[in-house]
Ligand binder design. Structure first.
Ligand SMILES: [Mg+2]
Length: 88
């Protein structure tokens, strides 16, 4: 599955609810998921970390939808940006 397809699934499934919640409270949910991922990594719980990685990605795409950011384009721009190349 490519990024655009996943972002569309997220939009189709959650956009109405996300819009009603608003960007600020949705950002809080995203931060909570990042915290849950950090806790899973810190505890070494691989199964839980896998779930939290998915949560974080889905909430990230939710935020992108609310901000009208096309993540496929954003990633393409990131990967071709010379400032994003590894440092020596
Ligand atoms: Mg979670």
């Amino acid at each position: 599955m490519d990024i655009s397809a996943l972002q569309k699934i997220v939009k189709d499934r959650y956009f109405k609810t996300d819009s009603e919640r608003g960007i600020y409270h949705t950002a809080l949910w995203f931060h909570e998921e990042v915290g849950e991922l950090s806790s899973a990594i810190a505890s070494g719980d691989q199964q839980n970390a896998k779930e939290e990685f998915a949560d974080v990605l889905m909430w990230l795409l939710t935020l992108a939808n609310l901000m009208e950011v096309d993540m496929e384009k954003a990633i393409d721009e990131y990967l071709t940006n010379p400032r994003k190349l590894p440092t020596k």
